[in-house]
Design a protein around this ligand. Structure first.
Ligand SMILES: [Zn+2]
Length: 418
């Protein structure tokens, strides 16, 4: 015999509806429901439910809030033109929820699981992370493609309280194989789609979405980043990354940047702590950029590896490489981000401060291209090989146009703004 169906409802909605009943004998609220796994699982929410992307088939549901009528089978008299009936009562100020699934003329009782929308999902990671510290912190992710979306999800899951998403692209077919979102989000703005994904992972997260062309409108980017604790630059071109770098320096916000090289042969990560270490322009000098192959970021280049029937939108986002090639870059950025955000909170993460001394990290996915000459991994651990992080010691360049001593934006040696 199969187990009773399970009905998931939102605890805050139940409490709200019980309060709303007031002196009314009974209130009925039309609700939305999704049926999953052949009727084993149902998700039910009132109209203004949390914006969580849900799979399954739509079903009609009704939530009935009644007074306390404590009789066995007391709900059998309820007649509703609906597939799922959720009945709410209160006893000794404790909410009681029952649910029934329509089957022919009968109601099959189901088990009800209230889902807490505030606080408790992040609390699961407490002990590992200082969740109260992270809940008070905010991070902006600029560019929410394959890398940015993965990082945003990880930060929301860790319990970071506020996330600011900046992107103006839409999710196209060519993105899906490497993006955190799926086919159900095709055509949507990446910001809106990822925001829903984040709420699905952590309903307590506060997400702001900004549709900004960062290269054309750095002033809008500056407004969007105002007040955030950390910026993650995950856009797909050097031009956009340099804009984020300048805005981050101007606002004095610590920033992390990731790149995946052409054909995802490897990638690198830069950490910029304004006034402390090098900035992105100190690291990505013109000479450096020429020496490292760049990724596909325009449709002309991408067209060479795209089939003839691909649309321009597809081509613009075709990049060779798998999600597993992006993952190491996203993972290190996530670690560095959590380290920055939790610093001073006295948690386990701070031990990483002793190891993550570098502001520039290199990763090789394959022994190919510029990594061709690296020795085979084999059993060695003392020579450069693939699938390991390497930190490089880099100085801040004092002639850097973005952050150097000659820049009008920096504070001078004696403390005065130059
Ligand atoms: Zn610099």
């Amino acid at each position: 015999m199969s187990a009773r169906p399970r009905v998931f409802v939102y605890r805050e909605q139940i409490e709200e509806l019980l309060r709303a009943r007031g002196r009314e004998a009974e209130i009925r609220v039309p609700a939305a429901a999704r049926e999953l796994d052949g009727g084993e699982v149902f998700h039910v929410s009132a109209a203004d439910g949390p914006n969580i992307h849900s799979a399954g088939s739509p079903r009609r549901a009704t939530i009935v809030v009644r007074g306390l009528i404590d009789t066995a089978g007391g709900d059998q008299d309820l007649r509703a033109d609906t597939d799922i009936l959720v009945v709410l009562r209160e006893r000794d100020s404790e909410p009681i929820a029952k649910a029934y699934i329509a089957q022919g003329d009968n109601w099959i009782p189901a088990d009800v699981t209230p889902v807490p929308m505030r606080g408790e999902s992040a609390a699961r990671s407490s002990g590992l992370l200082e969740s109260t510290v992270l809940a008070a912190k905010s991070a902006a992710v600029v560019g929410i493609g394959s890398g940015g979306s993965t990082i945003a999800v990880a930060l929301a899951q860790a319990g970071v309280g506020r996330l600011v998403l900046v992107d103006r692209d839409r999710l196209e077919i060519g993105n899906i194989s490497r993006h955190a979102c799926g086919f159900g989000d095709l055509g949507r703005r990446k910001g809106a789609a990822v925001a829903d994904l984040l709420r699905g992972k952590n309903p307590a997260v506060d997400v702001a979405v900004h549709d900004i062309d960062v290269v054309r409108d750095s002033a809008a980017l500056s407004r969007a980043l105002e007040g955030v604790d950390l910026v993650i630059g995950a856009t797909d071109s050097d031009a956009s990354r340099f804009v984020v770098n300048q805005v981050g320096l101007d606002l004095s916000i610590t920033a992390l940047y990731g790149r995946v090289l052409t054909a995802a042969v490897g990638g690198d990560v830069v950490r910029v702590r304004p006034g402390v270490g090098p900035c992105l322009a100190c690291v990505y000098t013109e000479r450096f950029l020429v020496s490292r192959p760049r990724e596909y970021s325009n449709s002309a280049e991408a067209a060479e590896v795209s089939p003839a029937y691909a649309t321009d939108a597809d081509r613009a986002c075709v990049q060779v490489g798998l999600a597993s090639d992006i993952a190491p870059i996203a993972q290190l950025i996530t670690k560095l981000a959590l380290l920055e955000l939790s610093r001073g909170g006295g948690g386990h993460l701070e031990a990483l401060d002793e190891d993550l001394l570098s502001d520039f990290y290199v990763w090789a996915n394959r022994r190919e291209g510029m990594y061709e000459g690296w020795q085979r991994m084999g059993f060695s651990y003392d020579k450069p090989s693939i699938l390991r992080w390497y930190g490089a010691e880099l100085e801040r360049r004092h002639d850097c146009a973005a952050c150097g001593a000659s820049s009008a934006r920096t504070t001078g040696f004696f403390g005065g703004a130059r």
